[in-house]
Design a binder for this molecule. Sequence first.
Ligand SMILES: CC(C)(COP(=O)(O)OP(=O)(O)OC[C@H]1O[C@@H](n2cnc3c(N)ncnc32)[C@H](O)[C@@H]1OP(=O)(O)O)[C@@H](O)C(=O)NCCC(=O)NCCS
Length: 373
Amino acid sequence: MTAYTVHELTVPATMDDDPVAVQAFRDWLRVSDAAEVAVHGLTELSWRPEEYLPLCHEPGAPSRLFVVRDDAGTVVASGSYDTKQDPSTPNCWLAVGVAPEHQRRGVGTLLADHLEALARAEGRTQWKTYAVSRQVGPGVGPGYLPAPTGAGAVPEDEAGVRFLTGRGWRFGQVNRISRLALPADPSVVRELHDRAMAAAGPDHRVHTWTGRTPERWLDDLAVLQTRMSTDAPDGDMEEPEDVWTADRLRAHEDELARAPRTMLTVAVEHVPTAALVGFTQLAVPHDDGRAVMQWDTLVLREHRGHRLGWLLKVVGIETVERDFPGRPSIVTFNAEENRPMLDVNEAVGFVGVGSEGIWERRVSLGAAPAAGS
Ligand SMILES: CC(C)(COP(=O)(O)OP(=O)(O)OC[C@H]1O[C@@H](n2cnc3c(N)ncnc32)[C@H](O)[C@@H]1OP(=O)(O)O)[C@@H](O)C(=O)NCCC(=O)NCCS
């Protein structure tokens, strides 16, 4: 019988670091991607190691990465353990992916047990994981587990769903993975742009930049980043406030600048107060054969209702097409209950291509873990 063992990686600082550490990181990413692609089939979402590595070096909260090796030393599963900068938060984020050809042999259980034990040992009581699912259309019925938000569901027959349910995790929310094939229909984008501009009126002004945030907007962007943790829909799985300062933002930007992607930011200023009140960020690959990833999009709660989300979205598309032509698509993740954002996505031509279930487990540290958990 094969013996499987869990190993924590020494995450390389750069891709030119110690070759053994770099190879282990490459193996980690390959297996992690393979486990997800086997579920949703979206090869466009696979990462290049150079792109992903900077994401593991969040200043003050670096990712811890783990692999399971078989007795020949082959990596058969990948896992991660993340926390936030504030050490007092009870939250942590876990992930487990098993190479498709090694599933159903107890490897996922071995790795999940290891990560959960680590979370307990660190005193974390609120655990979260993101598990991809195949695309789920609207109006699903039997055979699907509905989200408690009332929007979206995940297929009950998926390995990840069975695995997490069996381990006592609670399904909380669905993200829709949407894809816009580029170029988008220019007349549709233009019309949406005009409508959004009319609704936003003279009190709002759009700014775009690439790379480092201009000094003038640094504090404002830190506020917007902080509010991502409190103003974005999170079902009933409360996220702690994750405070961003100008210094943290700069350190983060410098880390991301090492990836072969250009960060395009579109922000909207509320002219009467000269403050930014919304933003979206798109990670544009240097390789023009790869998809653009649209990351955070947020309009502050108190500034909603002026179609600023629409404005950010369409200006982002127009800027990508004008300044970075040739990319095949933009891919984005949105909460299935976030109707305003899904409305603009659908209007502009994004189509659903996959889903992501968000799961939570709350534990009490006093109690001994139940069998199998
Ligand atoms: C979910 C996943 C990690 C399970 O890995 P694994 O090594 O196959 O898991 P195990 O062999 O330890 O299975 C443990 C239990 O999960 C359940 N399970 C796992 N895969 C299943 C499947 N395909 N069908 C039904 N039940 C399944 C079973 O109850 C299983 O116990 P059993 O084999 O004794 O019946 C793996 O399928 C995967 O990587 N999926 C894609 C990524 C993902 O969804 N990750 C989970 C969220 S972090």
